[in-house]
Structures are given as structure tokens and as C-alpha cells.
Design a protein around this ligand. Sequence first.
Ligand SMILES: Cc1ncc(COP(=O)(O)O)c(C=O)c1O
Length: 373
Amino acid sequence: MISATPSVFDTSFSRSGTGIDAFVDRHAPDVRTTYYGAGKVALRDGLAGVVDAGGNVIVPSYLSPAVVEPLYELGLESRFYAIDESLAPDFADLEDRIDDDTVAIMSVNYFGFPQPGLERLAALTDEYDCYHIDDNAHSPLSVHDGTLLGTHGDLGITTLRKLLPVPDGALLYCADEELRERFVPSSLAGRSDRVAATDCRFVVTSLAESVLETSQSLHQSVEALLDDGPDDSWSVDPVGRYEAAKTPMSKISGIVVDAADLVGIRTARRENFRAWRRVLDSRDDLSPFYEALPAGISPYEFPVRASEPAAFLAELEDCGVVGAHTWPILRESVRESDAYETAIRYSQEVVGLPVHQGIDPSSIEAVGDRLRR
Ligand SMILES: Cc1ncc(COP(=O)(O)O)c(C=O)c1O
């Protein structure tokens, strides 16, 4: 079976455990780094000292719905810009949305790759004298042309939960000097040094998942049971998601983050990315998003555009791939606007396949054999 996320019980830990601090220090020594439970809260704190209510932030339309909640909490409007087929901003659309009250423009490094157009976007933030937020939630370990993704802008975030088997965890990067000076961490900044109920719940859930992963039929039975349970529409409720994220990074996340073998993890993710590319190469109904995998990139997933996404997902599930999904569920105001045709189409046809370090490339090859049959 190929799960969505790695397990805390797998072997992606090293005795020396260089950890994320040393990694960030090596690649972005001048950036101030602060731990948080979630990237959304990091974003709020990073902006809080330098913005006034009534401003606006220009963000991509192709975005998870809860990411703009911290902006609303700060009294800022979020204005969504259209994207083009390469995931670059549609610059004409973006520039149209800038006005005197624009305090920041956000880029997003999708799937662990730099967002196309980053240089042009930086030129725009210079021209309009606003901040550049470099959202790198998807991949804390990606380095491109010598720059750690997330540190291109004045302010950046990255989400450790998307890389490691942890219940929470994120980093705020403050690169701009003024931002650094005016940054006042809230009570939600930092790492917890106490064991809390979340830590225990996480270990128990991870154990249960490890057991379920040993058998596809067991996994399907439990999934069916849970599907009949209470409606979990909360999980797509942006406000609920944001409020639930308001905790410092948990103790268990800190332990895992310090012990993780980051170089080994990036290597494993790259191998799995290449394995998916090989096994899906002959399929006419699928177009991989990225042909090349430049050095330094730590992919979050292997994204493909599927002409029949629901059928492809069903095929994958039959082959034991439970962690594949379309992404993201868009915010209602984006979903319902003609201005965002590409983002809406991509949210329906882009399927992300898991490449995490808990997967052995041979199991991707085995899925390939079954898909070909
Ligand atoms: C592009 C992007 N930015 C930001 C976030 C928010 O990260 P976190 O869940 O750590 O708050 C997400 C989470 O899904 C995301 O996909």
C-alpha cells in the first residue's frame, strides 16, 4: 500500500540528526527563523508588526482556502490573482489588482518547485513598494539556484508537517530588515517543551496507521466504517482549520524535526518522483507537471494533469495507492468566478501522487505493473 504521509516509525532518522535548524542556517544564514505550529499563524505574526487594517494582499487563486484566514484576522483584504498554465502569475491580472493599499504580494512554490515568474514578481513588489511573501508551505528542503525556497521574499513560511511525520510545525522566515526589527512573536511562536494530549494522540494515530498499512482490505474496511460516521465538513471549513492551528509547535514535532535525516529524505523523495515519472510515462491521459527535477529540489508530490481524474484516482486506489488526491479545494469566491479558469480547472484535474520517504520506489514500480495490465 502507498500511504499519503510517512510514518513516525519509519527509518528516515539519523543518529547524528542534523535537523532543520542547521539546514536553514547553511542555506539562508541571514534570515531570522521562528518556529510555529502552523504556517498560517507564522504568516499572521510575520505581517502583524508592519501592516494596518484596511490594506490588501494579492494572493494566487490556486490556493488552499484557509491560507488567507490570517490576513482577514489582521483586517486585510485578500485579492486573488489568476495563474497561467505554468502556475506563474497572470501578470496582467495581478498588476490590475494592485493599488495604494496593497501591502504585499504572495507567491507560492507549488509541489516543492519554485513558482515560475518569481523574479518578475520581485520586480513588481519593488516597483509598488510592498512586501513579497514567499509561501513555501509545500517543501522545506527545496533549494533552487542556491536559494532556499521560502526565502526569496521579505517574508516566507514553510510547513514541516508536509515533509515529516509530525502533527504540526512550521517556520517563519524574516529576510527583510525592517520586518525583522518590527517582528514581535506572539504567544503562539516557538516550540512547546511539554508533552500534551496532541502528542499522545499523534503517536496512537501513527501506530494505528502503521497497522492499517499492512493490509489494503483492512484499510478499506476501516475507511468505509469512518465514511459512515459523523460528517467531517469541518475539515474544509477555513475558519475552523485556522483556529485549530493556533498552537505552538508540539513537543513531538520538535523531537522528530531535530532527529530527521534531511539529506536522506530529500534523496528518497527525488527517487520516488522519478519512479512515478517512469511508470506513468506511457499514459496518454496524463501529463506530468514537471519534466525536469533540478538539483536541490525536494518534491512534495508528483503532480500530473489527468484527463479523467476521478477514473485515474479510482484506478490508483485499486492498486493500493491511498494517498493520491486532487488539490486544492478552492475558496468559494474563486470557485465561482470566471476570472480564475486555470485555477478552477487545475483544482479538478491535477492529481498529486505521494513521493514521501516512507515509500520504497519498488512499490511504485509494482503499481506501474498493475496499472499497465
Ligand atoms: C500553499 C499553502 N500555503 C500555506 C499553507 C498553510 O500551511 P499550514 O497548514 O502550516 O498553516 C498550506 C497548507 O495547506 C498551503 O498548501
